[in-house]
Design a protein around this ligand. Structure first.
Ligand code: ADQ
Length: 462
């Protein structure tokens, strides 16, 4: 029986409950069930630059193996190439790309180092599942160290169309690196089509009718595997007595007001300034909403070493301050804006206690918050999801109110529609959405990816 080896940039410690970040949440859920090895960076930055073996520890059925990064690695690989080249490019933000040769060298160096530390831990029957844009070249590094096991890659963020990807000077190298995997998983059909276009139009490869792609002498499977959430545990969390109490407190504190909730990492891709402007527009266009509705936005800061992230923090503080100054009253604060991580139980309660879930990224691989909001609702009196058409989740969740996140008026009208939607319509939309969220849950995502990756004579994992 095969052992599952998961590799991601950051390894999340499974006992930590209130982490933000979709990857940590989704992988924590997946590994807790199957067990196996989870390998990656431990999140620390050290001064010295000497090769060191991975440190391991056991958490339940999962062995965690980690290495630190040096300061130079952190700056060039993580802050540089991963977060100032790949992240903005994959989110179609060429204006924010800062390509430097040193960043690219750092990226290759760290992937090689990770391969050096991982290769000795591998067993012949392992199945290796690599996650996300930090580790595109890990498989080719492992292959050059003699690793022949099946290796799959899942991209959690969007894959851009050729016109955007080609702006990265090393785009050919990136695509070639992907061909060292056996299975390449994307979130949506659009991402797969973008990848197929690059293969067919830019690198002289071929797309086969069964979804496989051929180039560089290899044939690999490239398919969508839309990520989901652990529905049952989220439903259970939103129904605990602590959740009921939190909802009651929320309602008591805010009298008979409706709540709109947004929960995102503080990232320029999440459309946060546009969202606040849309809320202001709602109050402007529909004055009857003044004093009756509150926007609660939770946005813990991330990647504060990248300038674009500090800029957005300032912008949001100014916006929420100015909306509260303009519209607030002694007994009403229109925008409540918080920068911290919140426990998952509390989040579930907040989602359940809010009449509208507002999820308006400018571009997002999937967006798990949209799915969590649906899972947390009371089916007899559910809230309404307002969702960006540019979130991967919109491919599936078509009964949400789908908006253009760049169009402030469109969002404001959708908010009004959500706040006044009759109960029957809310219930029927929620029923359809909940069915979809359940069908495509975390277990389905993991099982279908691993079934595609497993050697053909095996299906199970030890
Ligand atoms: P993210 O960009 O991090 O993930 P998302 O999918 O919404 O975005 O996941 C965020 C997760 O963190 C959710 O589970 C949410 O509940 C949690 N979270 C957010 N803010 C929090 C807070 N203040 N306190 C506690 N928890 C918080 C990336 C991609 C997404 C893709 C996921 C998974 O950008 O598009 O859906 O990976 O593949």
């Amino acid at each position: 029986m095969s052992r599952l080896v998961v590799v991601s940039n950051r390894v999340a410690y499974l006992e930590k409950k209130n982490q933000s970040g979709g990857l940590a949440v989704a992988l924590g859920d997946a590994l807790r069930d199957t067990g196996g090895l989870w390998f990656g960076w431990d999140g620390t930055v050290v001064e010295e630059d000497e090769p060191r073996p991975a440190k391991t520890c056991q958490q339940g059925k999962v062995t965690i193996a980690t290495i630190p990064l040096t300061k130079q690695d952190y700056e060039e690989y993580y802050v540089g190439f991963a977060n100032q080249v790949l992240w903005p490019v994959c989110h179609y933000r060429l204006d924010l790309v800062k390509f430097e040769t040193a960043y690219f060298d750092g990226y290759r160096r760290v992937n090689a180092r990770l391969a050096d530390a991982l290769a000795p831990l591998l067993q012949p029957d392992d199945i290796i599942w690599v996650h996300d844009y930090h580790l595109i070249s890990l498989a080719s590094e492992l292959r050059s160290r003699g690793v022949t096991q099946r290796i799959g890659f899942f991209l959690h963020i969007p894959f851009p169309p050729p016109g955007v990807l080609l702006a990265v000077p090393v785009h050919q190298w990136l695509v070639k690196s992907l061909f060292a995997y056996d299975v390449i998983g994307f979130q949506t059909n659009i991402d797969v089509l973008n990848f197929q276009r690059v293969v067919a139009e830019n690198i002289g490869g071929k797309v086969l009718s069964d979804g496989r792609v051929m180039a560089y002498g290899r044939t690999v499977l490239a398919r969508p595997f839309p990520i989901g959430i652990d529905v049952d545990s989220f439903v259970a969390m939103s129904h605990t007595s602590a959740a009921e109490e939190a909802i009651e407190r929320l309602n008591r504190r805010h009298l008979a007001r409706s709540h709109i909730v947004g929960v995102d990492r503080l990232d320029y891709t999440k459309g946060l300034p546009e969202r606040m402007k849309a809320f202001r527009r709602l109050l402007e266009l529909y004055p009857d909403k003044q004093k009756t509705v509150t926007l609660m936005q939770i946005a813990p800061p991330t990647r504060e070493d990248v300038a674009a992230y500090t800029d957005i923090r300032q912008e949001l503080e100014q916006l929420s301050g100015s909306i509260n100054g303009e519209y607030g009253d002694f007994d009403w604060t229109p925008v409540r804006y918080m920068h911290r991580n919140v426990s998952r139980e509390r989040l579930a309660a907040l989602f359940r206690g809010s009449e509208v879930g507002l999820v308006t990224p400018l571009r997002d691989g999937m967006n798990l918050v949209a799915k969590e909001y649906i899972a947390a609702q009371d089916e007899n009196d559910p809230g309404v999801l307002v969702l960006s058409r540019f979130a991967g989740a919109a491919e599936d969740l078509e009964e949400a109110l789908i908006v253009n996140p760049y169009d402030i008026d469109d969002i404001a009208h959708a908010l009004e529609q959500a706040l006044t939607m009759p109960l029957d319509e809310r219930r029927s939309r929620h029923r359809a959405l909940f069915r979809r969220v359940r069908e495509r849950d975390a277990a389905n995502w993991r099982n279908s990816f691993l079934a595609a990756l497993a050697p053909h004579d095996q299906g199970a994992f030890a």
